[in-house]
Design a protein around this ligand. Structure first.
Ligand code: NDP
Length: 257
């Protein structure tokens, strides 16, 4: 863990605290920077890439924000619990949970070619990881908080080669909707964001230039999303302006599906 800067000069000040899972890279890092710019103290969760997580913290601190890097495998309940404890110790509580951490199959993997190990890994991180953090959030999130889960627009697009990955995201969408109702009376909203193709390691690795070009042209806006496009949606959902949206999955994909 790195040091914590307690000033938020240049940012709107806030007493809110967010945990962003998988914030060392890609969409999660953009979300962390965006929330920190709103004065929110951010836990930068990561699985293994400590240097990347520390760099995100350093960038936020340099801009006058507050952040700390915390390693935890979201698939492991005890590590998730320890992360929440650390967030409370460092920043006094937790208001927002952004369940961004996720993995995808290598390239296109047809259902018939999916081995047990890959199936179990996708379920453990994408589905059980979101379950682990939501279960503890039910007890530890402050009233009036926000939970933002991560689905994918490929669930609606139904592209061959994505069956198990899309299955984990379909389950996350179902839990999102029901969990929002189970938190009745707490003032906590639960929503999901379902990005389309977004320029991160997860999307770009294991694809040919031609595949990337094809997928980038699917939305009528004719480009890949950048992580900041998705971070803006999350920032809206956790803001007071987003407070009436609850139990929904927001597709952020440039109109692709
Ligand atoms: P990246 O591969 O760029 O980043 C993944 C992040 O998740 C990293 O910070 C990584 O940590 C972390 N992570 C992976 N496994 C774990 C774990 N077990 N515990 C904790 N953290 C973990 O992914 P993206 O930014 O592209 O994806 C973010 C989310 O958006 C995912 O849920 C993905 O399914 C979803 N999404 C992405 C799309 C895209 O086109 N990029 C499209 C639709 C949805 P570390 O750096 O330590 O490895």
């Amino acid at each position: 863990m790195t040091s914590i800067a307690n000033t938020a000069s240049g940012s709107r000040s806030s007493n809110k605290v967010a945990i962003v899972t998988g914030a060392s890279r890609g969409i999660g890092a953009a979300i962390a920077r965006r929330l920190a710019a709103d004065g929110i103290a951010v836990i930068i969760n990561y699985a293994g890439r400590k240097a990347d997580a520390d760099a995100v913290v350093a960038g936020i601190e340099a801009a006058g924000g507050r952040a700390a890097a915390v390693q935890a495998d979201v698939a492991v309940p005890a590590q998730v619990a320890a992360m929440v404890d650390q967030a409370c110790t460092l920043f006094g509580g937790v208001d927002f949970l952004v369940n961004n951490a996720g993995i995808i199959q290598p390239g296109l993997t047809m259902l018939a070619d999916t081995d047990d190990e890959l199936f179990d890994r996708l379920i453990a991180i994408n589905l059980k990881g979101s379950f682990n953090t939501m279960r503890i959030a039910a007890k530890r999130l402050r009233d009036g908080g926000r939970i933002v889960n991560f689905s994918s627009s490929v669930k609606a697009l139904a592209l061959p080669g994505y069956s198990v990955y899309a299955g984990t995201k379909a389950a996350v969408e179902a839990m999102t909707n029901i969990f929002a109702k189970e938190l009745r009376g707490r003032g906590i909203t639960v929503n999901a964001v379902a990005p389309g193709p977004t320029a991160t390691d997860l999307f770009l690795k294991d694809k040919t230039e031609a595949q990337i070009e094809h997928l980038a042209k699917l939305p009528p806006l004719e480009r890949l999303a950048q992580p900041d496009d998705i971070a803006e949606v999350v920032a809206f959902l956790v803001s007071p302006a987003g407070g009436w949206i609850n139990g929904q999955t927001i597709r952020a994909n440039g109109g692709m599906v």
